[in-house]
Design a protein around this ligand. Structure first.
Ligand code: CP
Ligand code: NVA
Length: 300
C-alpha cells in the first residue's frame, strides 16, 4: 500500500490489517505506552474545505507518533491561486514525508499521487471519504465483534460517505442497503462494482433499507460545496431521516453511526442522536486511531 486515495484500492486483508493496528494503537495510547513510530516525519495537510475532526485527529495523531503536521489551507497555498497540482506535488515531495488532502475533485488527489513521490492520503473528496470509513469499520468491529452476517444501512444522500461505506461493506462482507431519493443515488460505476462483489440494495424506501439492520448510518443532506442546493435538498430528502419509527424496524441492538457534523431535525432526530451518542463519539475518537494506523502503514 503506497497511498490511501480511495478505499476500493485496498484489499480486504489490507483493511483488516489497518484495523488491527488501529486497535493496538488505541490500546497503547490508553495505557500510556510511547508511540513514536514516526519520529521526525513530516505530514502536510492541505485543506480546501472546512474540517474539525480530520484536521485535529491528523495533527494530534502525527504529534503522538513523534512526527509533525503542517496545516496548509488553500487560502495560504499558491494552489488556491491556481498553481497546478502537478507542480505542488513535486515541490511538497521534496520537503515532506506524506500529504493528507481534503478537496473537491477526486482527480486532484489522484494527481498529487501521480506527480508526487510521497504517500498521499485522501481526507475527503466529493467522491469518497476513506479515513472516515476505516474509523467506522473499527467502531463496528469493536461493538459487534466481527462483520460476519451484519447489515449496514445508509439513509440519505448517495454522497462521498455512501460511496465509501458501500465499498467498506463489500470488502468486509457486510450486507449494504441505501435508501435515497431518486436522482441522489451513489456513484453508478461503484454501485455496479459493489453489486457484483457483494450484497447491495439501492432503494428509495427507508424502511426497506433499515429493516433488520445492525448498523444505521446517516449523513447530511447537503455536503460541503452544495450549500446553494440546501433548499432543494431539504425538499428532496424530507422523510430520509433516522428517527424512532425507523429504528423500530432495525435490529433491537442496532448501532447508529454518523460521520458528523450532524444536523438534528434533518437527517437524524435529536432523540436518536442522543440515545446513540456514545457510539457516535467513539466513532469520532476512532478517527484518531485509524488514521494513526494509516500513517504508520504509509510512512514508517
Ligand atoms: N467527519 C469528518 O470528516 O469531520 P470533519 O469535516 O470535521 O473533518
Ligand atoms: N458528506 C459530508 C461529509 C462530512 C464529513 C460532506 O462532504 O460535507
Amino acid at each position: 500500500m503506497k497511498h490511501l486515495l480511495k478505499l476500493a484500492d485496498l484489499t480486504r486483508e489490507e483493511i483488516l490489517s489497518i484495523l488491527n493496528l488501529a486497535d493496538q494503537l488505541k490500546y497503547e495510547r490508553k495505557h500510556g505506552i510511547p508511540q513514536e513510530y514516526l519520529k521526525g516525519k513530516k505530514l502536510g495537510m492541505i485543506f480546501q474545505k472546512a474540517s474539525t475532526r480530520t484536521r485535529v485527529s491528523f495533527e494530534v495523531g502525527m504529534y503522538e507518533l513523534g512526527g509533525y503536521a503542517l496545516f496548509l489551507s488553500n487560502r495560504d497555498l499558491q494552489i488556491g491561486r491556481g498553481e497546478p497540482v502537478e507542480d505542488t506535488a513535486r515541490v511538497l515531495s521534496r520537503y515532506l514525508d506524506g500529504i493528507m488532502i481534503r478537496t473537491f475533485e477526486q482527480k486532484e488527489v489522484e494527481d498529487l499521487a501521480k506527480y508526487g513521490s510521497i504517500p498521499i492520503i485522501n481526507g475527503l473528496t466529493d467522491y469518497c471519504h476513506p479515513c472516515q470509513v476505516l474509523a467506522d469499520l473499527m467502531t463496528i468491529r469493536e461493538k459487534k465483534g466481527n462483520f460476519k452476517g451484519l447489515k449496514l444501512c445508509f439513509i440519505g444522500d448517495g454522497n462521498n460517505m455512501a460511496n465509501s461505506l458501500m465499498v467498506g461493506a463489500v470488502r468486509t462482507g457486510m450486507q449494504f442497503a441505501i435508501a435515497c431519493p431518486k436522482g441522489y443515488e451513489p456513484d453508478a460505476a461503484l454501485t455496479a462494482w459493489a453489486k457484483e462483489n457483494g450484497s447491495v440494495t439501492v432503494t428509495d424506501d427507508v424502511f426497506v433499507a433499515a429493516r433488520d439492520a445492525d448498523v444505521v448510518y446517516t449523513d447530511v443532506w447537503a455536503s460541503m460545496g452544495q450549500e446553494e442546493e440546501k433548499a432543494k435538498r431539504e425538499k428532496a430528502f424530507a422523510g430520509y431521516q433516522v428517527n424512532a419509527a425507523l429504528m423500530e424496524v432495525a435490529q433491537k441492538d442496532a448501532m447508529v453511526l454518523h460521520c458528523l457534523p450532524a444536523h438534528r431535525g434533518e437527517e437524524i432526530t435529536a432523540d436518536v442522536f442522543e440515545a446513540h451518542a456514545d457510539e457516535i463519539f467513539e466513532e469520532a475518537e476512532n478517527r484518531l486511531h485509524a488514521q494513526k494506523a494509516v500513517l504508520c502503514k504509509l510512512m514508517k
